[in-house]
Ligand binder design. Structure first.
Ligand code: ADP
Length: 260
């Protein structure tokens, strides 16, 4: 199925991609892959065709979140064919997770090797026609970010979605992330605050576990848009664990409204 779709695809580059969104965060564990996944699902819900490029080489978690672990990347005349996560082929995914023999294997590579793989992910994958390509990056501002920016720079429009959590430490990290965007000329689409309060699974009331509003304040100070808050939600955790479509199950969720 995947090979046949790839043969219909455009040459292996991003010429057929209308928008590219880089998802960034200052540190790990703030929900960057979660936001990338839910964003792709939310866009699909709106009838868009979406690709996800997982350049979090050392911690590729999106194949698990989309229940695509164990699937294989095929080769066609135009390059690598990404994995389609659904029958309708509305979400395609490329991740280092598909290239490892053992999914638990650690990627212990030096910068040049990571650089080469990211370049290949951009130039040698038959992405075909996409409305959006969501790029999940590792935390911080590492070699992978520089390589990604270098490979994607010729393609426009290109923008960054910056994920933070309400705690001050994460906010400090995100400030550095915004500086990275400024220095590399990457336009910031906006800041999203994840784990912003806790949604009670029984009464759906949202309690602020940490101080709230700091993501919004940070966005205001940096002069970039604040897109919204996504609360900690045990149903979302479960959906991600089981690779279910949270957006389809809970179309009225705060996550959906924050992401669209
Ligand atoms: P990162 O990519 O920043 O390292 P992840 O997206 O992998 O972070 O999220 C870390 C963990 O937190 C995952 O287990 C994910 O399921 C959970 N998680 C993230 N955001 C939420 C949320 N809003 N509600 C519930 N669980 C969340």
């Amino acid at each position: 199925m995947e090979a046949a779709a790839g043969e219909r695809a455009e040459p292996g580059n991003l010429a057929g991609v209308r928008h590219i969104i880089l998802v960034l965060s200052g540190k790990g564990g703030v929900g960057k892959s979660t936001i990338s996944t839910e964003l792709a699902l939310a866009l699909r819900h709106q009838g868009k065709k979406v690709g996800i490029l997982d350049v979090d080489l050392c911690g590729p978690s999106i194949p698990h979140m989309l229940r695509a672990q164990g699937k294989a990347v095929h080769q066609c005349d135009n390059g690598w064919v990404p994995v389609f996560v659904d029958q309708e082929q509305s979400i395609s995914l490329m991740s280092v997770g598909f290239l490892l023999e053992n999914p638990d294997e650690a990627v212990v590579w030096r910068g040049p090797k990571k650089h080469a793989l990211i370049k290949q992910f951009v130039s040698d994958v038959a992405w075909g026609q996409l409305d959006y390509l969501v790029v999940d990056t590792p935390p911080g501002t590492s070699d992978e970010h520089m390589a990604t920016m270098e490979a994607l720079r010729p393609y426009r429009p290109l923008g960054a979605l910056v994920v933070t959590t309400p705690q001050a430490v994460s906010i400090g990290d995100v400030r550095r992330e915004l500086t990275f965007c400024k220095k590399t000329g990457l336009q910031v689409i906006g800041v999203i605050e994840n784990m912003s309060g806790f949604t009670c699974p029984h009464c759906a009331e949202c309690t602020n576990v940490f101080s709230s509003g700091s993501g919004e304040e940070l966005a205001r100070l940096a002069g970039v848009p604040f897109l919204g808050s996504v609360p900690l939600d045990s149903q979302l955790t479960r959906s991600l664990e089981e690779g279910r479509d949270f957006i389809q199950e809970f179309p009225k969720s705060t996550a959906y409204s924050a992401l669209t």
